[in-house]
Design a protein around this ligand. Structure first.
Ligand SMILES: Cc1cc2nc3c(=O)[nH]c(=O)nc-3n(C[C@H](O)[C@H](O)[C@H](O)COP(=O)(O)O)c2cc1C
Ligand code: SF4
Ligand code: SF4
Length: 276
């Protein structure tokens, strides 16, 4: 592998952690790496242009958290914005919160395939459930951990070997979810419905701390926060507010009970898996 690009969205940090492990492993193998955080407010258009010139010795890693079984919109928008490739390879990776990894990998893999990017590996990595940050015993506690990191480093080795062999991964391996968790391809982009949030005007000091933590630039002050239509429901603004002035429309206890119920019922294994 000559050049690698590691692109991700990570509101709560787990996907970014995996991305950094990938970057570190690639760098240790003397691969030139470009890292791009889709949630940092920079326009990805110059990177998309650069990728149009990437060839068979180059590889694009793209990471997303799983939200309601799917990859998040900034990640899908990025993949869907890619131009015709000169043979660049692709590796989708996801972090999930132990409820269900859904069809996010499958969805990303097919979006890459639509752009004629051959898939040369993929990973599903268990992460702390980002809607349970306040809990002493959150689902996915401690993940990604050292064992997860070691598996991710192994993915990088597998990908380099696969590229040297000129082989691609069969997309069918990403279709590992069955029954109720599976969705048809036509359902890739459902209307994105978020848990509504409100602002307690008595608590809000209009300090603006909730503005820069939004990965999609959806918060503006007027003079208290207003949430725009691009909101993906990550709850960064809510958890970072120093006054606890942003309130979830669904009580957090109810949300937690729902998540724990899904964890118990779905019991998806293995928690971390490398497809290579
Ligand atoms: C709105 C929302 C929806 C989520 N939906 C799921 C889900 O369907 N299945 C799951 O296992 N985890 C789900 N999670 C948990 C995240 O996938 C998990 O915590 C992930 O590691 C977060 O990545 P990040 O730390 O990079 O933001 C959800 C989290 C949020 C905020
Ligand atoms: S971080 Fe909290 S207190 Fe500050 S502007 Fe946002 S909602 Fe108001
Ligand atoms: S407005 Fe809040 S919940 Fe919505 S994407 Fe931004 S930080 Fe996340």
């Amino acid at each position: 592998m000559k050049n690698a690009y590691v692109v991700y969205c990570s509101p709560a940090g787990s996907t970014g952690h995996v991305a950094r492990v990938i970057v570190d492993e690639l760098a240790s193998r003397s691969v030139a790496v470009t890292e791009f955080d889709l949630g940092a407010g920079q326009d990805p258009a110059p990177l998309v242009k650069q990728l149009a010139a990437a060839g068979e010795a180059d590889c694009l890693f793209v990471g997303s958290p799983v939200y309601r079984n799917l990859a998040v919109p900034p990640v899908m928008d990025f993949i869907n914005s890619l131009q015709a490739t000169k043979g660049c390879r692709a590796v989708p990776f996801i972090t999930w919160g132990a409820a269900s990894s859904g069809v996010a990998l499958w969805q990303m893999g097919h979006a890459f395939s639509d752009k004629a990017y051959p898939i040369v590996g993929a990973a599903k990595v268990l992460g702390l459930h980002s809607l349970m940050w306040y809990s002493d015993d959150p689902v996915g506690k401690g993940h990604p951990d050292a064992a997860d990191d070691a598996m991710v480093r192994g993915l990088v080795g597998d990908v380099i070997a696969r590229m040297a062999d000129g082989k691609a991964l069969d997309l069918a391996v990403l279709d590992y979810q069955r029954g109720g968790q599976r969705r048809g391809k036509e359902d890739d982009r459902p209307a994105w419905t978020n848990i509504p949030k409100s602002v307690d005007a008595d608590k809000c000091t209009a300090c603006g701390a909730c503005v820069p933590v939004c990965p999609v630039g959806a918060v503006s002050l007027d003079p208290t926060p207003v949430f725009g239509p691009s909101c993906i429901g990550c709850f960064n603004c809510l958890r970072e507010c120093p006054e606890a002035a942003i309130v979830s429309g669904m009580p957090l206890e109810k949300l937690e009970a729902m998540i724990r119920g899904r964890v118990a019922t779905l019991n998806e294994t293995p928690p971390t898996q490398i497809f290579g």
